[in-house]
Design a protein around this ligand. Structure first.
Ligand code: EPZ
Length: 428
């Protein structure tokens, strides 16, 4: 429940990166010793993937809110076919991790936020080139078998894909010989996963460029590893600062503000002042009226698709016509109808959203997926009146302590329970 209209100010600290955590935790499956993972975000996606590992036999202990000890040695199955696996997109990283460890993997097909078709053909192409036969069982379970031969390969991705790059990296770490991934994704969490694997003794070079070379090793030793801060969470708070015409510091420890460059430069183009420090950026949207911009989402280092809904919410508050081009997903505007209920003037034509800035008023709205939920939060912080957002479990999948963080910035926001209402975030 949010009453809008207050410019936010103060300081907010960004948590560990969701999309790094959900790759690194399955990555522990490859390790031959226990690991400690720090700076884990306090989100439901992490609990789900940790429980999946537990169900497979791993010993997973929560040391504190942000630290997990994982001993993967007791895992004695290459199957992950429970319903929980289906609910979470990132559980498909178990394909690469289990294939790397057992040369076999049987994993339920992932669901995921509904942005249209989400194929995994590039993942399967990579596994096949590494020697794995694959079969789809009953349209629901992917069965990979590389027991006859499992080896490195040269893999060119037809499209830049975060998930395929991560999955092949995981599979290749212990495969015999060298794997070369060409046209790899370059997101900060890909570099973080490579750093984690290398710290255990893997041999990965080139992560963060479009060619990654992995030479297989036999043994990975246990480590203590701290996950990088969440670039998208940082971008969300930066967009909220701008939308409420506030001024505050977004603290992003252990990440270079370089990772936020595409977001910072868009906000500067709109008229915000952005000051970058080693571990923080200060966003000041109070100096001049903000102006309209166009945005095209692209793989990193382009403008991230995972910040697109939040920026559309911001642009509804800025005078003039802005055009957003979503070039990564073919259907990531399902939340627009919710913003329209709040008075936003947005029309969607294919991959384009045309936004005429104006005035938002409170309305009951639904989070239709994780970042859509973040857009509703931003819209609610700006709108006149009190906005109720339902389905907030989608937001809690990916944002740590979001209510307390916004409260600490001065927002009038609280979490309210309606026990009779269903709140059903079932996919990731
Ligand atoms: C990851 O999804 C993220 N999820 C998404 O974040 C993010 O939107 C996306 O990368 C792009 O940055 C996680 O990290 C868990 P892709 P992923 O493979 O890996 C096409 C969020 O809000 N493609 O990079 O599933 C695909 O259709 C979530 O935090 C193929 O054609 O995305 C899409 O158009 C939502 N064949 C494009 O590539 C394939 O085999 C990028 O997808 C794989 C992908």
């Amino acid at each position: 429940m949010i009453t809008g209209g207050k410019p936010l100010c103060g300081e907010v600290t960004v948590s560990g990166a969701k999309n790094a955590a959900v790759a690194i935790i399955p990555g522990v499956v490859l390790c031959d010793e226990p690991c400690r993972i720090e700076n884990i975000p306090n989100i439901s996606d992490v609990s789900v993937i940790a429980n999946i590992l537990r169900d497979m036999g791993a010993m997973v202990r929560r040391v504190d809110k942000n630290t997990l000890d994982i001993d993967p040695r007791p895992i004695n199955t290459f199957e992950a076919t429970e319903d929980s696996v289906r609910k979470m997109r990132a559980s498909y990283y178990l394909l690469g991790a289990l294939l790397g460890r057992f040369h076999q993997a049987k994993v339920a097909l992932p669901g995921g936020c509904n942005f249209g078709v989400r194929p995994i053909d590039q993942h399967l192409k990579g596994f096949q080139l590494m020697g794995a036969k694959n079969e789809l069982i009953n349209g629901a379970i992917i069965d990979l078998d590389a027991t006859e031969s499992f080896h490195g390969a040269r893999i060119y991705f037809d499209t830049v894909s975060v998930g395929s790059t991560i999955n092949i990296m995981l599979a290749a770490v212990k495969a015999e010989g060298q794997t070369i991934i060409e046209n790899a994704a370059k997101e900060p969490h890909i570099v973080d996963l490579a750093n984690f694997l290398n710290s255990m003794g893997a041999n990965i070079r080139g992560a963060g460029t479009d060619v990654i070379k992995i030479r297989g090793v036999d043994y990975l030793h246990g480590v203590t590893y701290s996950i990088i801060p969440d670039q998208i969470e940082a971008g969300t708070y930066m967009a909220a600062a701008a939308a409420t015409r506030g001024k505050y510091s977004v603290t992003v420890r252990n990440i270079t503000p370089k990772h936020l460059e595409s977001i910072s430069s868009k906000l500067r183009e709109m008229g915000c002042e952005i000051d970058e420090y080693d571990e923080a950026v200060i966003v000041d949207a109070t100096q001049r009226p903000l102006t309209r911009v166009n945005i095209k989402t692209m793989p990193h280092p382009g403008f991230p698709t995972d910040c697109q809904p939040q920026f559309v919410a911001l642009l509804t508050t800025v005078k003039g016509t802005s055009i957003v081009n979503e070039s990564v997903w073919d259907n990531r505007y399902q939340y627009v109808s919710e913003l329209v209920r709040m008075g936003a003037n947005i029309s969607v034509e294919g991959r384009l959203a045309i936004i005429e800035g104006g005035h938002l008023t409170a309305a009951p709205v639904k989070a239709t997926d994780l970042r859509a939920g973040a857009a509703m939060l931003i819209a609610g912080l700006v709108a006149e009146g009190t906005t109720n957002i339902s389905n907030i479990s989608y937001i809690e999948r990916g944002y740590s302590d979001v209510v307390t963080k916004f409260q600490s910035l001065g927002a009038d926001i609280k979490k309210v329970y309606f026990p009779d209402k269903e709140d059903a975030a079932t996919t990731a």
